[in-house]
Design a protein around this ligand. Structure first.
Ligand code: ADE
Ligand code: ZN
Length: 325
């Protein structure tokens, strides 16, 4: 399995967050372990991206510590190997973790150091800006990509609340990123309609779209995604939790795939959603009747869309052939 849409901060170990809150005497550490864990998860009645993202507010400040970030990064390659993930692109917004003490570069370095120290599956890092952030943050990501792409930063992204912020003012910075060859993926068509996906393609030069499921509302857009080989990073559980698909039956995964769009299966926020990539594949197989051949086809989509070099893609193709024939 391959995960191309995984938020590092949506995958923090809950016990580690709790230990850190208590170590630093933060107010969240006063809760019981069970209450603390419940606050780190999407509530049952969550029905919007806005409510989903509110969960993260509970623990951002706990994670604003370089040692904590380095340790979580260090554990990630092994956690992925144990889950059966053969390649991971994780993502996070460095500006969310600077607090009063650090720079975005310092935060990015700590995470890269941790990943490099880990043992297990290969992991690359995508840097995100939140949609309501100052344009300078997106500019910073371009600079950080240039500084760190030899150490594992493989692309940039826009995350955050698409339903509230279109962010067209970022276009000149994405023009520059594109002209420098920075791989770009954008959360779009998750909680807003087709126009947001058009903007991701035309203004932000996205090669992949995070979610993109609401593209189904526009036939011309669906054809364009297929023709231009734009990968859709589908995250099934997350789409139900954010209320952007009411049921799996109504989820457009099958219709997008049938139209020739390169769909992939990913997690989004494993700890926050309380899932792993195995759960997502089981859901896809049960709900959509995915066959073994389609399983392989989707993994090939992930390899084609990955922001890694050709040597890594070749290795991944071999691993998939060894396992699935
Ligand atoms: N950050 C974490 N998960 C996200 C999602 N599903 N959409 C936008 N931003 C996110
Ligand atoms: Zn996401």
């Amino acid at each position: 399995m391959i995960d191309l849409h995984h938020h590092f901060d949506g995958a923090f170990e809950t016990e580690a967050l709790y230990r850190e809150a208590r170590r630093r005497n933060l107010p969240q550490g006063q809760l019981s372990p069970a209450d603390f864990a419940a606050r780190c998860r999407v509530p049952r009645n969550c029905n919007s991206l806005t409510d989903f993202l509110a969960v993260f507010e509970f623990f951002y400040d706990i994670a604003q510590d370089l040692d904590f970030l380095r340790q979580q990064a260090q554990k990630l390659p092994e956690r992925m190997a144990q889950t059966g993930v053969i390649y991971l692109e994780t993502r996070f917004g460095p500006h969310l973790f600077t607090g009063e003490r650090y720079t975005a570069a310092g935060v990015t370095e700590a995470v890269l150091e941790g990943l490099a120290e880990g043992n297990g599956s290969p992991v690359r890092l995508i840097l995100c800006a939140l949609r309501n952030a100052p344009t300078q943050h997106v500019q910073d990501l371009v600079d950080l990509y240039q500084k760190y792409h030899t150490r594992g930063v493989c692309g940039i992204d826009l995350a955050g609340d698409e339903s509230k912020f279109a962010c067209r003012e970022y276009a000149p910075v994405f023009d520059r990123a594109h002209s420098l060859g920075v791989p770009i993926t954008i959360h779009a068509g998750e909680a807003s309609g087709p126009q947001s996906v058009y903007d991701a393609l035309d203004l932000f030069h996205a090669r992949r779209i995070g979610h993109g499921i609401r593209s189904i509302e526009d036939d011309r857009l669906v054809r364009r995604l297929a023709d231009e080989r734009i990968g859709l990073e589908v995250c099934l559980t997350s789409n139900l939790q954010t209320g952007n698909a009411a049921t799996y039956r109504e989820h457009p995964f099958r219709r997008l795939k049938a139209a020739g769009v390169r769909v992939t299966i990913n997690t989004d926020d494993p700890s926050v959603s309380d899932i792993d990539l195995n759960d997502e594949w089981h859901t896809a197989i049960e709900q959509f009747g995915l066959t073994e051949a389609e399983h392989k086809e989707l993994l090939q989509n992930s390899i084609e869309m990955a922001f890694c070099d050709d040597a890594m893609k070749k290795r991944l193709r071999q691993q998939v052939t060894e396992r699935l024939g």
